[in-house]
Design a protein around this ligand. Structure first.
Ligand SMILES: *Cc1c(COP(=O)(O)O)cnc(C)c1O
Length: 364
């Protein structure tokens, strides 16, 4: 089976590095928010050209902590996309703010600027932009839009580690960037982990307070905090994996190049190519087809795994049907959710496997 992810094919040198990192943590006797977390935060901030990085328990918490640190909560609206991991929308809800859902662009799956414009109100405090599947789309236009409307641009970078535009990395365009290190993400831990990056020192400090029960100093609680800490083991593993991230990202791009060049089937539409190669890190390679069920079955029979990201939009989940939406509706997202299909795209795919995926799709 050609799988969506295949961690067992990680290089032996990486495995050895992770085992040494694990031993280092065991022998240090320090397990939560210690030197490994500090080291990883410094490494990650440096890799992205950010001033500050704050390690937290997961990607959803990173979004929520950032909102809370900015004082965005009850009575405030945050515009985002319905076509995302539900965690994006849940995090806004958990912060006490009101998610407002705008439609997407059908050729990328990313939030539509035109629809977002229609969702603006006096209560809008931020746009939470999801760099879906790993792609930065029109980031300069989003920056200009948010500045003109005096609202925060916030980045959900859970899928876009190392995506770039004009030499700057995803997560450094907005007020903060929220990252997930769930194992299947481009940079993944061996459990849960997350991080918030920012250029704003106050925001970084408040996020550090909120992640640890609202404590400024031990037993001195100045905020209604959470327990959302990154542990030493995950941080040590992440520091090891970070050293391979650029190489793995390039491998994902090479896989995508081959898919763009070779997939040809009138029943299948590929999403728009990124404007610049550096804009996309291919967390997922996604195509559209009106015959999704049949294509999935066909691929399965050929030994190719495929998955749907995402089959149900946020506003179609029973808990979120009541959310405010673009007055013109979310029809592009609704059609997209019925047609999108993710095919294997990971750093360890061989040329033979890539050919099998391409031929299987072209035969369909
Ligand atoms: C994975 C993901 C999240 C949530 O991250 P967790 O670490 O699982 O909490 C949020 N947004 C997007 C777009 C994701 O893909």
């Amino acid at each position: 089976m050609i799988r969506m992810n295949d961690f067992q094919k990680d290089p032996e040198t990486l495995l050895q590095g992770q085992l040494r990192a694990t031993e280092r943590v065991f022998r240090s006797g320090y397990y939560i928010l210690g030197p490994e977390v500090k080291k990883f935060e410094a490494n990650f901030a440096k890799a992205l050209g950010a001033k500050f990085a704050v390690g937290v328990a997961n990607g959803m918490d990173a979004i929520e902590i950032g909102l809370r640190a900015l004082g965005i909560g009850p009575g405030d609206e945050v515009i985002t996309t319905p076509m995302t991991a539900l965690a994006t929308v849940l995090a806004i809800h958990r912060a006490g703010a009101t998610p407002v859902l705008a439609d997407i662009d059908g050729d990328s799956g990313c939030l539509s600027l035109e629809s977002t414009q229609r969702c603006l109100s006096k209560k809008t405090k931020a746009v939470l932009l999801v760099h879906l599947y790993g792609q930065l789309r029109n980031i300069q236009a989003w920056k200009t839009f948010c500045e003109a409307n005096q609202i925060h641009l916030l980045e959900d970078c859970a899928q876009s580690h190392l995506a770039q535009d004009s030499g700057k990395f995803a997560g450094t365009f907005g007020t903060y960037g929220a990252f997930s290190f769930y194992p299947t993400k481009n940079l993944g831990a061996i459990g849960d982990g997350g991080c918030l990056i920012t250029q704003n020192e106050t925001l970084a400090q408040e996020s550090q307070v909120i992640r640890n029960y609202g404590q400024k100093n031990r037993y001195e609680h100045i905020a209604l905090g959470m327990n959302s800490r990154l542990d030493e083991l995950q941080a040590a593993i992440l520091s090891e994996r970070l050293t391979y991230l650029a190489e793995f990202t390039e491998k994902r791009r090479v896989v995508a190049d081959q898919y763009f060049a070779a997939i040809k089937n009138s029943k299948v539409t590929l999403l728009a190519k990124p404007q610049q190669r550096e804009n996309h890190v291919y967390h997922l390679f996604v195509l559209r087809t009106a015959k999704r069920e049949e294509l999935m079955k066909h691929l399965q029979a050929k030994g190719v795994e495929s998955l749907v990201h995402y089959p149900i939009n946020a506003h179609q989940q029973p808990i979120f049907t009541h959310l405010t939406k673009d007055p013109k509706g979310l029809s592009t997202a609704e059609t997209f959710s019925k047609e999108c299909l993710s095919i294997p795209c990971h750093p360890h795919l061989t040329n033979a496997e890539i050919s099998t995926v391409v031929n299987s799709i072209n035969e369909f």
